[in-house]
Design a protein around this ligand. Structure first.
Ligand code: C5P
Length: 296
């Protein structure tokens, strides 16, 4: 039987760089949420050695990386290493999210692989072990494993529940230029920020964006300097009707706009698609609620 896992886009609503470790990794303070936009990873069982196939609108871009170095294969290997019977069959990655774009595509795929392989082999791996494997795969992989609103600190391994979030809509826009995360961190030359002080809950999207306006993505200035299209995207999002906040996610280049509702985010996306002459990737919909939240 085939099994599928969904790897949702990760968005940093703010991202403070608060320090640097001796090994060069940066300490962060970030509120991470997930959007409906997602890659999909399917496992089709067979006796053949494990293989990876890439499909979807961004599958070709990744094709050159469909090797042993691919994070999906590395995640599957790490989880199953030392086991008597190796994982066999086909992994099919439907790549719907732009590559190297600050919304966690590769990290979300690696996290989805851990969840999927755990299900395929009925391993029942305890969450702390999955999180420790995730950490070895990349700083953003642990938060993508949880795939719910989370406060992320350390280099990405300290995860705490986010404030209770209001329902809201989000618009994602990517200009199509891949940016290098190490290069952005290297180009950052501002003083370190402090950790944000957040309330336990935000009653409305407007209250949340009021607080977020006072915070920042510290990687946005160096990213805009290295990739000027990001500033153009941010201005275009900020000028859309009912946009409460426009900001870059992660190390870019994807930017987001926050809206009161998914419907107003979708209306803004329609308008942006009509207005812009570029080949931008545009997605709009809801911010995902926490799976643990009581249903309304
Ligand atoms: O861990 P990941 O592969 O996502 O990180 C890519 C690069 O981004 C790292 O090699 C490092 O240069 C930089 N980085 C950092 N501090 C972090 C996360 C990433 O300096 N917390």
């Amino acid at each position: 039987m085939s099994l599928t896992e969904t790897a949702h886009a990760k968005i940093n609503l703010y991202l403070h760089v608060t320090g640097k470790r001796p090994d060069g990794y940066h300490l962060l303070d970030s509120l991470v949420v997930f959007a409906g936009a997602a890659d999909r990873l399917t496992h089709q069982p067979s006796e053949a050695p494990l293989s990876l196939e890439l499909t979807g609108p961004f599958g070709q871009k990744l094709a050159s990386e469909a090797t042993d170095d691919n994070l999906v294969i590395r995640a599957a290997r790490l989880l199953t290493q030392g086991m008597d019977t190796p994982l066999t069959g086909r992994l099919i990655l439907e790549k719907n999210l732009p590559v190297a774009s600050g919304i966690g595509g590769g990290s979300a795929d690696a996290a989805a692989t851990l969840r999927l392989v755990d299900r395929v082999l009925a391993l029942g791996t305890p969450e702390p072990r999955l999180l420790s494997i995730a950490e070895q795969l990349g700083a953003d992989v642990p938060v993508c494993l949880l795939q719910k609103p989370t406060l992320m600190r350390g280099i990405g391994e300290q995860l705490d529940p986010a404030p209770a979030l209001p329902a809201c809509g989000i618009l994602l826009v990517n200009c199509g230029e891949a940016v290098s995360t190490p290069a952005i961190f290297k180009a950052r030359n501002a003083a370190f920020s402090s950790d944000a002080i957040l309330p336990a809950a935000w009653p409305t999207a407007a209250a949340m964006t009021d607080d977020l306006q006072r915070l920042s993505n510290d990687l946005e200035p160096p990213a805009c300097a290295l990739c000027p299209s990001i500033s153009i995207v941010l201005d275009a999002i900020g000028a859309l009707p009912n946009c409460l906040l426009s900001r870059m996610s992660g190390s870019g280049a994807t930017c987001f706009g926050l809206f009161d509702t998914a419907e107003s985010a979708e209306a803004a996306a329609t308008r942006l698609r009509q207005e812009q002459q570029n080949d931008w990737w545009i997605w709009a919909g809801p911010v995902l609620p926490s799976p643990d939240a009581p249903s309304a």
